[in-house]
Design a protein around this ligand. Structure first.
Ligand SMILES: Nc1nc2c(ncn2[C@@H]2O[C@H](COP(=O)(O)OP(=O)(O)O)[C@@H](O)[C@H]2O)c(=O)[nH]1
Ligand SMILES: [Mg+2]
Length: 306
Protein backbone atom coordinates (compact mmCIF):
# COMPACT_ATOMS: atom_id res chain seq x y z
CA UNK A 1 0.00 0.00 0.00
CA UNK A 2 1.37 3.43 -0.84
CA UNK A 3 1.09 6.37 1.54
CA UNK A 4 -1.93 7.88 -0.18
CA UNK A 5 -3.77 4.58 0.02
CA UNK A 6 -2.89 4.18 3.70
CA UNK A 7 -4.23 7.64 4.48
CA UNK A 8 -7.38 7.13 2.45
CA UNK A 9 -8.03 3.87 4.31
CA UNK A 10 -7.38 5.34 7.74
CA UNK A 11 -9.75 8.20 6.97
CA UNK A 12 -12.37 5.54 6.29
CA UNK A 13 -11.67 4.33 9.81
CA UNK A 14 -9.58 1.30 8.84
CA UNK A 15 -7.70 0.31 12.01
CA UNK A 16 -5.01 -1.68 10.23
CA UNK A 17 -4.18 1.32 8.08
CA UNK A 18 -4.06 3.41 11.24
CA UNK A 19 -1.64 0.96 12.90
CA UNK A 20 0.50 1.00 9.78
CA UNK A 21 0.57 4.81 9.69
CA UNK A 22 1.50 5.00 13.38
CA UNK A 23 4.42 2.61 12.85
CA UNK A 24 5.65 4.71 9.95
CA UNK A 25 5.44 7.88 12.04
CA UNK A 26 7.18 6.24 14.99
CA UNK A 27 10.02 5.11 12.74
CA UNK A 28 10.52 8.73 11.71
CA UNK A 29 12.58 9.92 8.75
CA UNK A 30 11.55 11.02 5.29
CA UNK A 31 8.71 8.50 4.91
CA UNK A 32 7.15 9.73 8.14
CA UNK A 33 7.40 13.34 6.94
CA UNK A 34 5.87 12.43 3.59
CA UNK A 35 3.00 10.63 5.27
CA UNK A 36 2.32 13.46 7.72
CA UNK A 37 2.27 15.96 4.86
CA UNK A 38 -0.83 14.20 3.61
CA UNK A 39 -2.65 13.88 6.92
CA UNK A 40 -5.15 16.67 7.49
CA UNK A 41 -4.35 19.07 10.33
CA UNK A 42 -6.66 18.90 13.32
CA UNK A 43 -9.89 20.66 12.50
CA UNK A 44 -10.20 21.74 16.11
CA UNK A 45 -7.80 21.35 18.97
CA UNK A 46 -10.89 21.01 21.15
CA UNK A 47 -10.88 17.43 19.94
CA UNK A 48 -7.71 16.75 21.88
CA UNK A 49 -7.96 16.53 25.65
CA UNK A 50 -4.72 16.35 27.63
CA UNK A 51 -4.66 14.61 30.99
CA UNK A 52 -1.55 15.53 32.91
CA UNK A 53 -0.32 15.01 36.46
CA UNK A 54 2.38 13.43 38.60
CA UNK A 55 3.04 9.69 38.32
CA UNK A 56 0.58 7.81 40.51
CA UNK A 57 -2.07 10.55 40.54
CA UNK A 58 -4.46 8.15 38.84
CA UNK A 59 -4.42 9.41 35.24
CA UNK A 60 -4.63 5.97 33.65
CA UNK A 61 -7.29 4.82 36.11
CA UNK A 62 -9.40 7.88 35.46
CA UNK A 63 -8.95 7.50 31.70
CA UNK A 64 -10.28 3.99 32.08
CA UNK A 65 -13.50 5.52 33.49
CA UNK A 66 -13.59 8.15 30.73
CA UNK A 67 -13.12 5.56 27.97
CA UNK A 68 -16.06 3.63 29.42
CA UNK A 69 -18.30 6.70 29.03
CA UNK A 70 -17.04 7.94 25.67
CA UNK A 71 -17.07 4.55 23.95
CA UNK A 72 -20.85 4.43 24.34
CA UNK A 73 -21.14 7.42 22.04
CA UNK A 74 -21.37 7.45 18.26
CA UNK A 75 -17.81 8.47 17.58
CA UNK A 76 -14.65 6.60 18.28
CA UNK A 77 -12.51 7.56 21.26
CA UNK A 78 -8.72 7.67 21.12
CA UNK A 79 -6.14 7.45 23.86
CA UNK A 80 -2.45 8.20 23.52
CA UNK A 81 -0.45 7.48 26.66
CA UNK A 82 2.99 9.05 26.70
CA UNK A 83 5.51 7.98 29.29
CA UNK A 84 8.87 9.55 28.64
CA UNK A 85 10.40 7.68 31.57
CA UNK A 86 9.64 4.13 30.45
CA UNK A 87 10.25 1.86 27.56
CA UNK A 88 7.38 -0.14 26.08
CA UNK A 89 8.50 -3.14 28.11
CA UNK A 90 8.45 -1.38 31.46
CA UNK A 91 5.87 -1.94 34.15
CA UNK A 92 4.07 1.39 33.84
CA UNK A 93 3.03 0.91 30.25
CA UNK A 94 2.39 -2.78 30.71
CA UNK A 95 0.14 -1.91 33.66
CA UNK A 96 -1.88 0.48 31.49
CA UNK A 97 -2.17 -2.16 28.77
CA UNK A 98 -3.60 -4.65 31.22
CA UNK A 99 -5.91 -2.11 32.80
CA UNK A 100 -7.23 -0.97 29.44
CA UNK A 101 -7.46 -4.48 27.96
CA UNK A 102 -11.20 -4.68 28.57
CA UNK A 103 -11.67 -1.93 25.99
CA UNK A 104 -9.43 -3.53 23.42
CA UNK A 105 -12.13 -5.48 21.65
CA UNK A 106 -14.35 -2.44 21.25
CA UNK A 107 -14.12 -1.09 17.69
CA UNK A 108 -14.87 2.33 19.19
CA UNK A 109 -11.68 2.55 21.23
CA UNK A 110 -8.17 3.10 19.91
CA UNK A 111 -5.37 3.07 22.48
CA UNK A 112 -1.71 3.67 21.83
CA UNK A 113 1.22 3.87 24.27
CA UNK A 114 4.29 5.85 23.33
CA UNK A 115 7.52 5.40 25.19
CA UNK A 116 10.28 7.81 24.45
CA UNK A 117 12.96 7.45 27.03
CA UNK A 118 15.83 9.85 26.63
CA UNK A 119 14.33 12.05 23.95
CA UNK A 120 12.37 14.67 25.82
CA UNK A 121 12.59 17.12 22.93
CA UNK A 122 10.85 14.57 20.75
CA UNK A 123 7.90 13.83 22.97
CA UNK A 124 5.67 16.52 21.64
CA UNK A 125 6.52 16.04 17.97
CA UNK A 126 5.85 12.28 18.02
CA UNK A 127 2.78 12.67 20.20
CA UNK A 128 1.31 15.43 18.06
CA UNK A 129 1.78 13.28 14.96
CA UNK A 130 0.10 10.21 16.47
CA UNK A 131 -2.74 12.37 17.79
CA UNK A 132 -3.32 13.73 14.28
CA UNK A 133 -3.47 10.20 12.89
CA UNK A 134 -6.04 9.13 15.49
CA UNK A 135 -8.15 12.21 14.80
CA UNK A 136 -7.94 11.54 11.05
CA UNK A 137 -9.25 8.03 11.78
CA UNK A 138 -12.30 9.56 13.42
CA UNK A 139 -11.41 9.59 17.12
CA UNK A 140 -13.36 12.32 18.95
CA UNK A 141 -11.96 13.16 21.35
CA UNK A 142 -8.38 11.95 21.52
CA UNK A 143 -7.19 11.83 25.14
CA UNK A 144 -3.47 12.26 25.72
CA UNK A 145 -2.03 11.07 29.03
CA UNK A 146 1.30 12.69 29.90
CA UNK A 147 3.38 12.70 33.03
CA UNK A 148 2.99 16.19 34.36
CA UNK A 149 6.41 16.92 35.69
CA UNK A 150 8.00 20.23 34.78
CA UNK A 151 8.29 20.94 31.09
CA UNK A 152 6.84 17.70 29.84
CA UNK A 153 3.62 18.44 31.66
CA UNK A 154 3.15 21.84 30.14
CA UNK A 155 4.24 20.76 26.65
CA UNK A 156 0.83 19.14 26.43
CA UNK A 157 -0.67 22.61 26.11
CA UNK A 158 0.82 22.83 22.64
CA UNK A 159 -1.05 19.72 21.53
CA UNK A 160 -4.32 19.67 23.43
CA UNK A 161 -7.08 22.23 23.17
CA UNK A 162 -8.20 21.31 26.64
CA UNK A 163 -5.85 20.46 29.49
CA UNK A 164 -7.00 18.57 32.55
CA UNK A 165 -4.46 18.64 35.41
CA UNK A 166 -4.75 15.80 37.86
CA UNK A 167 -3.49 15.70 41.40
CA UNK A 168 -4.16 13.57 44.46
CA UNK A 169 -3.57 13.70 48.20
CA UNK A 170 -0.19 12.47 49.40
CA UNK A 171 1.80 13.12 46.23
CA UNK A 172 3.80 15.95 47.72
CA UNK A 173 2.46 17.84 44.71
CA UNK A 174 1.69 20.90 46.78
CA UNK A 175 -0.14 23.98 45.67
CA UNK A 176 2.99 26.12 45.35
CA UNK A 177 4.35 23.62 42.86
CA UNK A 178 1.13 23.46 40.91
CA UNK A 179 1.01 27.25 40.84
CA UNK A 180 4.48 27.36 39.35
CA UNK A 181 3.62 24.95 36.59
CA UNK A 182 0.57 23.24 35.42
CA UNK A 183 -2.13 25.53 36.85
CA UNK A 184 -1.25 28.11 34.22
CA UNK A 185 -2.14 25.83 31.36
CA UNK A 186 -4.90 23.78 32.98
CA UNK A 187 -8.48 24.40 31.93
CA UNK A 188 -9.76 22.03 34.56
CA UNK A 189 -8.17 20.74 37.75
CA UNK A 190 -9.12 17.30 39.02
CA UNK A 191 -8.46 16.13 42.53
CA UNK A 192 -8.43 12.36 42.22
CA UNK A 193 -8.41 9.83 45.08
CA UNK A 194 -11.16 11.79 46.77
CA UNK A 195 -11.53 8.78 49.07
CA UNK A 196 -8.12 9.33 50.68
CA UNK A 197 -7.49 11.31 53.87
CA UNK A 198 -6.58 14.93 53.20
CA UNK A 199 -8.65 15.09 50.02
CA UNK A 200 -11.21 17.58 51.22
CA UNK A 201 -8.59 19.95 52.70
CA UNK A 202 -6.66 19.84 49.41
CA UNK A 203 -9.88 20.41 47.47
CA UNK A 204 -10.62 23.57 49.48
CA UNK A 205 -7.08 24.88 49.11
CA UNK A 206 -7.08 24.31 45.35
CA UNK A 207 -10.55 25.80 44.99
CA UNK A 208 -9.37 28.94 46.80
CA UNK A 209 -6.37 29.25 44.50
CA UNK A 210 -8.46 28.65 41.39
CA UNK A 211 -11.05 31.21 42.37
CA UNK A 212 -8.58 33.99 41.48
CA UNK A 213 -8.00 32.44 38.11
CA UNK A 214 -11.57 31.59 37.26
CA UNK A 215 -10.65 27.91 37.05
CA UNK A 216 -12.68 24.95 38.15
CA UNK A 217 -11.92 21.93 40.32
CA UNK A 218 -13.67 18.57 40.35
CA UNK A 219 -13.04 15.74 42.82
CA UNK A 220 -13.06 12.18 41.52
CA UNK A 221 -12.56 8.64 42.69
CA UNK A 222 -11.29 6.57 39.79
CA UNK A 223 -11.86 3.35 41.70
CA UNK A 224 -15.62 3.66 42.22
CA UNK A 225 -16.30 6.20 39.47
CA UNK A 226 -17.32 8.99 41.84
CA UNK A 227 -17.27 12.42 40.19
CA UNK A 228 -16.68 10.96 36.72
CA UNK A 229 -20.08 12.08 35.40
CA UNK A 230 -19.38 15.61 36.58
CA UNK A 231 -15.95 15.50 34.93
CA UNK A 232 -17.44 14.29 31.64
CA UNK A 233 -19.99 17.12 31.82
CA UNK A 234 -17.24 19.68 32.33
CA UNK A 235 -15.07 18.27 29.52
CA UNK A 236 -18.01 18.30 27.11
CA UNK A 237 -18.94 21.83 28.09
CA UNK A 238 -15.41 23.14 27.58
CA UNK A 239 -15.00 21.30 24.26
CA UNK A 240 -18.27 22.73 23.06
CA UNK A 241 -17.29 26.23 24.14
CA UNK A 242 -13.92 25.85 22.44
CA UNK A 243 -15.66 24.96 19.19
CA UNK A 244 -17.58 28.20 19.25
CA UNK A 245 -14.95 30.81 20.03
CA UNK A 246 -13.21 32.30 16.98
CA UNK A 247 -9.72 31.39 18.17
CA UNK A 248 -10.72 27.94 19.30
CA UNK A 249 -9.84 28.52 22.94
CA UNK A 250 -12.21 28.96 25.85
CA UNK A 251 -9.42 30.48 27.84
CA UNK A 252 -8.47 33.95 28.99
CA UNK A 253 -5.55 35.81 27.53
CA UNK A 254 -2.97 34.91 30.17
CA UNK A 255 -3.65 31.20 29.73
CA UNK A 256 -3.57 31.55 26.00
CA UNK A 257 -0.22 33.29 26.29
CA UNK A 258 1.14 30.56 28.59
CA UNK A 259 0.01 28.02 26.04
CA UNK A 260 1.66 29.81 23.13
CA UNK A 261 4.90 30.13 25.10
CA UNK A 262 4.85 26.40 25.86
CA UNK A 263 4.24 25.56 22.25
CA UNK A 264 7.02 27.85 21.09
CA UNK A 265 9.41 26.29 23.60
CA UNK A 266 8.56 22.85 22.31
CA UNK A 267 9.45 23.99 18.80
CA UNK A 268 12.61 25.81 19.87
CA UNK A 269 14.05 23.17 22.16
CA UNK A 270 15.37 20.81 19.46
CA UNK A 271 16.84 23.73 17.48
CA UNK A 272 18.61 25.11 20.53
CA UNK A 273 19.92 21.65 21.39
CA UNK A 274 21.24 21.23 17.86
CA UNK A 275 22.89 24.62 18.03
CA UNK A 276 24.43 23.83 21.41
CA UNK A 277 25.84 20.62 20.01
CA UNK A 278 27.81 22.64 17.46
CA UNK A 279 29.34 24.97 20.06
CA UNK A 280 32.99 24.21 20.72
CA UNK A 281 33.33 24.70 24.43
CA UNK A 282 30.78 24.65 27.17
CA UNK A 283 33.07 26.01 29.86
CA UNK A 284 31.36 29.36 30.17
CA UNK A 285 28.85 29.79 33.00
CA UNK A 286 25.53 28.21 31.93
CA UNK A 287 23.68 31.56 32.24
CA UNK A 288 26.10 33.19 29.80
CA UNK A 289 25.79 30.30 27.40
CA UNK A 290 22.01 30.51 27.53
CA UNK A 291 22.15 34.22 26.75
CA UNK A 292 24.52 33.68 23.82
CA UNK A 293 22.28 30.94 22.49
CA UNK A 294 19.13 33.03 22.81
CA UNK A 295 20.74 36.08 21.17
CA UNK A 296 22.19 34.02 18.35
CA UNK A 297 18.75 32.58 17.76
CA UNK A 298 17.12 36.01 17.71
CA UNK A 299 19.58 37.48 15.23
CA UNK A 300 19.40 34.48 12.93
CA UNK A 301 15.66 34.81 12.53
CA UNK A 302 14.27 38.31 12.84
CA UNK A 303 10.71 38.40 14.15
CA UNK A 304 8.34 40.07 11.77
CA UNK A 305 5.31 41.73 13.24
CA UNK A 306 2.28 40.72 11.21
N1 LIG B 1 -7.67 5.12 46.60
C1 LIG B 1 -7.62 5.43 45.31
N2 LIG B 1 -6.65 4.89 44.53
C2 LIG B 1 -6.62 5.23 43.22
C3 LIG B 1 -7.57 6.12 42.64
N3 LIG B 1 -7.26 6.26 41.35
C4 LIG B 1 -6.18 5.51 41.10
N4 LIG B 1 -5.77 4.89 42.22
C5 LIG B 1 -4.61 3.99 42.37
O1 LIG B 1 -3.42 4.76 42.27
C6 LIG B 1 -2.39 4.02 41.62
C7 LIG B 1 -1.84 4.79 40.43
O2 LIG B 1 -2.84 4.90 39.45
P1 LIG B 1 -2.52 5.15 37.90
O3 LIG B 1 -3.84 5.29 37.22
O4 LIG B 1 -1.59 4.13 37.38
O5 LIG B 1 -1.78 6.56 37.96
P2 LIG B 1 -1.00 7.36 36.81
O6 LIG B 1 0.44 7.12 37.03
O7 LIG B 1 -1.34 8.80 37.06
O8 LIG B 1 -1.50 6.88 35.48
C8 LIG B 1 -3.01 2.69 41.22
O9 LIG B 1 -2.67 1.73 42.17
C9 LIG B 1 -4.50 2.96 41.25
O10 LIG B 1 -5.26 1.82 41.54
C10 LIG B 1 -8.60 6.66 43.50
O11 LIG B 1 -9.45 7.45 43.10
N5 LIG B 1 -8.57 6.27 44.82
MG1 LIG C 1 -0.49 6.13 33.77
Amino acid sequence: MNLTAIIAALQQGDLRALARAISIVEAGGATAEALLDQVPLLASKADVVGITGAPGAGKSSLLDCLIEVYKQRDSRVGVVAVDPTSSVHDGAILGDRIRWMRHACSPNVVIRSLASRGSLGGVSAATAAVVRLLAAAGCRPVFVETVGVGQIGSEIAGIAGLVVALTAPGLGDDIQMMKAGVLDVADLVVLNKADLPGASALHSALAAELEHRGGRIISTNAIDGGGVAELVGAIDELRHAAGRTPNGHPVDRSRLEARIVEHSLALLRPRLRARLATMANLNLPPDDLARILAEAHETSRPLSNP
